[in-house]
Design a protein around this ligand. Structure first.
Ligand code: 8IG
Length: 276
């Protein structure tokens, strides 16, 4: 059986296999915290220092080789020293999205691997559209709760997992004590790859949504179901459709990420040791 076949046939076995490969390749028997860096967040990693180990994600079981050469996700292992504590962070640069059409398994394989590798806390970052008019472009917002508009779950079978504290209140409080200017919001998962219409954004706003994006929710559910605590941080990269009269463009998203990278990097570096 190929590594991709194993991913679809037995996703937990594929994650356990990838985790043991990561342990032997990095020489770190158990990692403490996982970070998934979404678009715009990759440069925030610079604040974490020099990685102790880095390779292409597809070298591990269940992670697919890139469709376009040079666009592979990377896996890094960091040692973060802070106030006498030493934390091992497993960092995924880039993620698989539901809109790629490969199903749920590749979308949640990174976080499942991370939890199998020992991570008790999973930090999910993303770039998103801002629905709440109180947010500025370039502002990081903590995810307080979500609304799934994909009607898809990474779980199947009679696994009735409670999601009332999916985005850990304990962790949100620690992060806010580090930066009291951080706001919180409700994140909508939209499959994409198209952005929303203005009418869809009005619907979401009416439902109580603040942020909208195409990731994070399946990973949060998969990590939580395995017993990890989840932190979600969204970088507001554009005003959602119909909010300003402007069209959405990908360049704006990249620019917002670059502008906010150092603030977010410092935030991650200072908070991560306090989470575990
Ligand atoms: I960056 O406005 C980014 N990702 N669904 N809508 C959705 N995803 C996004 C958006 C947005 N901006």
């Amino acid at each position: 059986m190929t590594s991709t076949e194993l991913l679809y046939k037995d996703p937990m076995a594929a994650a356990a296999q990838a985790a043991s490969e990561i342990a032997s390749r990095t020489g770190v028997a158990s990692h403490d915290v996982a970070l998934v860096m979404g678009s715009g967040w990759v440069t925030a990693c610079d604040a974490l220092g020099t990685p102790a180990y880095e390779c292409d994600a597809h070298e591990f079981t269940g992670f697919e080789a890139p469709a376009v050469e040079g666009h592979s996700g990377k896996v890094r292992s960091y040692v973060i020293e802070h106030e006498g504590k030493s934390i091992r962070a497993l960092v995924f640069l880039g993620r698989t999205h539901l809109y790629e059409g490969k199903g749920m398994e590749p979308v949640v394989h990174g976080v499942r691997t991370a939890v199998k590798a020992g991570c008790k806390v999973v930090v999910l970052t993303n770039a998103c559209g801002g629905i709440n008019a109180g947010y500025k472009v370039g502002e990081p917002v903590l995810i307080r709760d979500h609304i799934s508009m994909t009607a898809q779950s990474p779980l199947s079978g009679a696994t009735f997992v409670d999601l009332t504290d999916l985005y850990s209140k304990r962790i949100r409080q620690i992060v806010k004590s580090e930066d009291s200017s951080l706001q919180e919001g409700v994140y909508v998962h939209w499959r994409g790859p198209t952005y929303e219409t203005p009418a869809e954004i009005l619907m979401m706003r009416t439902m109580g949504a603040d942020l909208v994006g195409m990731s994070t929710v399946p990973e949060a559910i998969a990590a939580h179901a395995m017993g990890a605590e989840v932190l979600g941080i969204s970088l507001v990269s554009n005003a959602a459709a119909g909010m300003t009269g402007e069209k959405l463009n990908h360049e704006e998203v990249i620019a917002a990420g670059k502008a906010a990278a150092s603030r977010m990097g410092e935030l991650l570096k200072n908070t991560i040791p306090k989470l575990v």
